[in-house]
Each structure stands twice: as structure tokens, then as C-alpha cells.
Design a protein around this ligand. Structure first.
Ligand code: FAD
Length: 470
């Protein structure tokens, strides 16, 4: 159903403590704007939930009125899965809170929180949760997709630190999912995306992380072949406390980069060391960065972990045009290197990039069917991202991304990190991403959301044919 009539809107407003915004209300346009400015949709209404009761009332309302629903966490989804035309957006962004129990090394996190909220609260106790590399990304969407970042090789995916989740289900009921309660739901939430309910809070195990050793190494783009051939051997053999994601990039202006390389196409690795005596250990481990080719720039410094997490916030500010696609890789073959060589030298805009994020180390210690995240044998989660401030360049960045991805895909493992699917791609693509876990996910979906009420996501349609759900 598209429109929500005035009487229904009034009843929704009465049922909530949070605000309900319709198109004629002040603040409507700001509330419907999301991180990726390429996505421009107009919901019939947005319900800004402040608590679990609001979430339950919105779900009941949407069910009873037959209104299409999308759920917004941090609003960072590339394809804008949280935003829809005509229907109702359940907006969790007022639910940004974090409670840390430093003794138990546990944090409870509101379902609309951003990574920066989590890092800020846990850092005060010298603790952290492994998550993504930008502070503005939502804890909700990132965790439900799996979540990887600087701490992943050492401490695992974000879902590997998830202890429990409070969930409002499709029928409006409330459940806490953990290893002991609703274990199938808990299994599915760890990688299955927003298919199973609205998570109003996450409980995470915390790890000791305070100051980390950080380095950025940049090489000329015409040496990308030698660099990638070195990196593909060096990184997987390195201890798990060393992390380094590879990037093709245009060097941004300003510090720490020296002026002569400003605006040049380069390749780079951003390193993070979470081990003991991080900086000296990092310097020691990175004494080899000139081996593949002389570096154009190398910079290393100790840094509080939240500072590392905000390093790219200004460069990749909200409101840019984005188009991305991803894939998992277990190796970087010579054929893949040739593809990176070709497209890295033809980055279409100053912000467009390709990243290879390591997902080896600790994630490999967990079985492929222990959580919904099926690619436990992947070594990198790759993403090609066309990015630019100019809406007129939307086609240019989309074309470059699709061409790059199309040439690279045959050299991948076949599936992608669910959060790097660039749009609601084919059902086949979602199925490939879950490999042997797909049928069980469809069965859990059938048990918890048989009508596919939650479908504004990388959708797993319900099917009773899969394994038995407990
Ligand atoms: P939203 O757009 O709000 O939601 C995305 C999906 O999750 C929607 O289907 C939504 O319904 C669902 N959802 C969100 N919250 C909830 C909830 N509480 N309950 C139920 N469903 C919910 N990923 C990484 O793993 N590591 C990274 O380093 C990383 N870096 C990124 C950097 C940038 C600049 C961007 C744009 C994305 C990055 N991502 C990264 C990908 C990111 O994980 C996904 O975009 C993720 O979907 C963002 O979650 P969100 O809550 O902000 O998004």
C-alpha cells in the first residue's frame, strides 16, 4: 500500500513517543536523506522510534494497515535498503545509546547506534568491538550482515562478538535471541541481514584495545602488479595482530600526504597493529614495505582506536553519490592483478576506489555453518566503489564500477559480503552469498516471518523446505 491516510497517520502518532514525519511536515526531507545521495525516495511516513514499545507499535500498525515497511539503522546501506517510496520507514536513529559493563567486558548497544557511539563508549574502558572502518556506519546493518574492520584478523567479525540480540519480530512480539534462547534466530541474525526482525539492542563481548599502531603506505599505480603480488603473500602469512587493507585510490589533498603526490592515482595499504607494543611492533613488521617497489609515501603513528575509526569520516562525508559491488577472494590471482592494474589506472573520479579487506585470521577459526556467514574460508572481502559528489557523474561511476566488477568477478569465490551487494541484485546472487546456509536461513525466515513482512533487505524468501527450526 502506498498512501497512509490522515486518520491512520493520526493513530500512528498517538501510538508513539517518537516523531512521525509525513511529506508536508518540516524536517521531512532531512529525515529521508541517507548517506548515499544517489538514493532519493519519498516514504509516505517515517516513524522515529525512541524505544522498543514504539518499534512494536509501528510493526503492528504496518501489519494492520498493510503498509510496506523499511527499517533504518545507520542509513549507510549502499543500495539504500532502509529507504522506500510510499511506504513507512521505521527509523531507529533516536535509539543511539551504549551501556558498557567494564567488569563483565560487555556492551549493550541501541539498534540505531553508529560505530562512533560504540567506539566512544567502550574506548573509555580500553575496550572495543571489531566493526567497520568508519564511525558513521550503523551498528545495526553492519552487524546483521557480518561486520569486518581493523580488528577482524585478531578478534573476528562483528557477529563473532555478538552475545545476544533483542528483536521485535514480524508479528510484533519480542524475543531475546542468544545461543540458548531462539538459537536458530540467533544463528540467522549473525550474517542474515535485516530479514528476521528489528533488532532493538545488541549485546557484544568486548576486547582489550586502546591505542593501536597505524600506518599508511602508498606506491605509484604503475607498480600495482609488484605490490599486489607481494601483498597477497605477505598479509595472510602475517600474525593476526597485523591488519592491512589494500586500496586503489587517488591521493587526497592535505596531510599526512605530501603535495607532490596530491591527486595522483596510487595503490596503498592502510595498516593497523593491535598487538603488544603496537607501534614498535608495527614498524618492525613493516620494515619490508619497500620490497615490492619503492614507496611514494609511508607514514606510521600510534593512535587511539576511535581516532583511526574516524580517519575517513571527512573525506567520505555524507551526501556523496555511491555505487558499489563486492565479492569474496581466497587469493589474488595474476589474472585478478591484471584487472586491478587496468581499472586502477582508470579511476573515474577522485574518490572512487577499490578495497580488499582482510577477513582471514580469527574468522577462520569458526565453522562455515556456525553462523549464517558462509565464507569463513575467504581471505579478502573486496568492494569496488564509484564515488563522487556530483550527481551528473552518477552514470560514469556506476559504469566504471560495473565494468571493473564484471572483469574481476570470474577471479573471485563467487559470492559477496551481503553488505557489499550494490543493489537488490538477483535472488541467485543472495543465494550464492549464503552457500550451504541458504536453505536453513529460508527455513528460519519461514518460522519467524512467514509472510516476508521484512523484505526491504537482501531478501531471503521464506521456505518451509529447509532444515527444522528449534
Ligand atoms: P541501513 O541502511 O540503515 O540498513 C541496512 C540494512 O540493515 C537494511 O536492510 C535495514 O533494514 C537493516 N537494519 C539496519 N539496522 C537494523 C536493525 N537494528 N534491525 C534490523 N534491521 C536493521 N561494512 C563492514 O563490514 N565494514 C566496513 O568497514 C564498512 N565500511 C563502510 C563504509 C562506508 C562509507 C559505507 C557506506 C558502508 C560500509 N560498510 C562496511 C557496509 C555497511 O556494513 C552496510 O552499508 C550496512 O548495511 C550499514 O548499516 P546501517 O545500519 O548503517 O544501514
Amino acid at each position: 500500500m502506498g498512501d497512509i491516510d490522515d486518520t491512520a497517520l493520526l493513530s500512528l502518532r498517538d501510538a508513539l513517543r517518537g516523531r512521525v514525519l509525513a511529506p508536508r511536515d518540516p524536517g521531512y526531507d532531512e529525515a529521508r536523506s541517507i548517506y548515499n545521495a544517489m538514493i532519493d525516495r519519498r516514504p509516505a511516513a517515517m516513524a522515529q522510534c525512541v524505544d522498543v514499545a514504539d518499534v512494536r507499535n509501528v510493526i503492528t500498525f504496518a501489519r494492520e494497515t498493510g503498509t510496506d515497511l523499511a527499517v533504518r539503522g545507520g542509513g549507510h546501506s549502499g543500495p539504500g535498503l532502509c529507504l522506500l517510496d510510499d511506504g513507512l520507514m521505521l527509523d531507529l536513529s533516536p535509539m543511539r545509546w551504549v551501556h558498557v559493563d567494564p567488569e563483565a567486558r560487555i556492551a549493550r548497544v541501541g539498534g540505531g547506534s553508529q560505530l562512533g557511539d560504540l567506539d566512544h563508549a567502550t574506548h573509555a574502558f580500553g575496550l572495543a568491538v571489531p566493526a567497520g572502518i568508519m564511525s558513521t556506519t550503523g551498528v545495526g546493518g553492519l552487524t546483521l550482515g557480518g561486520g569486518h574492520g581493523y580488528l577482524t584478523r585478531r578478534y573476528g567479525l562483528t557477529i563473532d562478538s555478538l552475545l545476544s540480540a533483542d528483536v521485535v519480530l514480524a508479528d510484533g512480539s519480542f524475543a531475546t535471541a542468544s545461543e540458548h534462547d531462539h538459537p536458530d534466530l540467533f544463528w540467522a541474525l549473525r550474517g542474515g541481514g535485516g530479514n528476521f526482525g528489528v533488532v532493538t539492542s545488541f549485546t557484544f563481548r568486548l576486547h582489550p584495545v586502546h591505542t593501536v599502531g597505524v600506518a599508511v603506505t602508498v606506491w605509484p599505480v604503475d607498480r600495482v602488479r609488484e605490490v599486489l603480488q607481494w601483498y597477497r603473500a605477505f598479509l595472510p602469512a602475517a600474525p593476526a595482530d597485523l591488519y592491512g587493507f589494500f586500496a586503489m585510490l587517488v591521493v587526497p589533498p592535505g596531510p599526512p600526504f605530501p603535495e607532490p603526490i596530491d591527486g595522483q592515482k596510487m595503490c596503498a595499504v592502510v595498516w593497523c597493529c593491535t598487538g603488544d607494543l603496537e607501534q614498535s611492533r608495527l614498524d618492525d613488521m613493516l620494515s619490508v614495505v619497500n620490497d615490492p617497489a619503492p614507496t611514494a609515501f609511508h607514514f606510521a603513528t600510534p593512535m587511539p582506536y576511535p581516532a583511526l575509526q574516524t580517519l575517513f569520516d571527512t573525506l567520505l562525508r555524507r551526501g556523496l553519490q555511491w555505487y558499489w559491488r563486492g565479492d569474496f577472494f581466497d587469493t589474488i590471482s595474476d589474472d585478478a592483478v591484471a584487472v586491478h592494474e587496468k581499472y586502477g589506472q582508470n579511476l573515474p573520479t577522485g574518490l572512487s576506489t577499490m578495497h580488499l579487506y582482510p577477513v582471514d585470521g580469527a574468522p577462520h577459526g569458526i565453522g562455515a555453518d556456525d553462523t549464517a556467514w558462509a565464507y569463513r574460508d575467504a581471505v579478502w572481502s573486496g568492494v569496488v566503489a564509484g564515488i563522487d559528489p556530483e550527481p551528473g557523474n552518477a552514470d560514469l561511476i556506476r559504469r566504471w564500477c560495473v565494468d571493473y566488477w564484471t572483469d574481476l568477478h570470474p577471479h573471485s569465490m563467487g559470492g559477496s559480503y551481503i553488505n557489499f551487494l550494490g543493489e537488490q541484485e538477483s535472488p541467485e546472487r543472495v543465494r550464492t552469498t549464503y552457500r550451504g546456509n541458504y536453505d536453513r536461513l529460508a527455513a528460519v525466515k519461514h518460522a519467524y516471518d512467514p509472510d516476508n513482512f521484512f523484505h526491504a533487505n537482501q531478501n531471503i524468501p521464506p521456505s518451509a523446505a529447509g532444515q527444522r527450526v528449534v
